[in-house]
Design a protein around this ligand. Structure first.
Ligand code: ZN
Ligand code: ZN
Length: 100
């Protein structure tokens, strides 16, 4: 915990005040406060899928419900194209689907 820039990140997190966990299956988002020292459930209350509250690589908490990559180590938190919507804009990729 001795990195020089850490306090800046901590400041930002205190301002935001909360953390999120999201379901990898249905996209359900659950907010929680670290101050309560209670981890959110590991299973989605809606569909029973995996509720991800920490980075799978470094166990950092997740600050944004829309995060697709870990703030700390940039590991993938979930597929960017989850829920049929691409969260990150990728240049040149337009999605017009036609059945036929
Ligand atoms: Zn779910
Ligand atoms: Zn990480």
């Amino acid at each position: 915990m001795g990195r020089a820039a850490d306090w800046l990140r901590e400041e930002r997190r205190k301002t935001l005040g909360d953390w999120v966990a999201f379901c990898l299956e249905c996209g359900h988002v659950q907010r929680y406060f670290a101050e309560l020292e209670a981890e959110p459930p590991s299973a989605c209350p809606g569909c029973g899928g995996e509720l991800r509250s920490r980075c799978p690589a470094c166990a950092a908490r997740i600050a944004s419900a829309f995060a697709v990559a870990c703030e700390e180590c940039e590991a993938e938190l979930r597929p960017a194209e989850a829920f049929g919507v691409q969260i990150r804009r990728s240049p040149g990729a337009t999605g017009s689907r036609r059945s036929g």
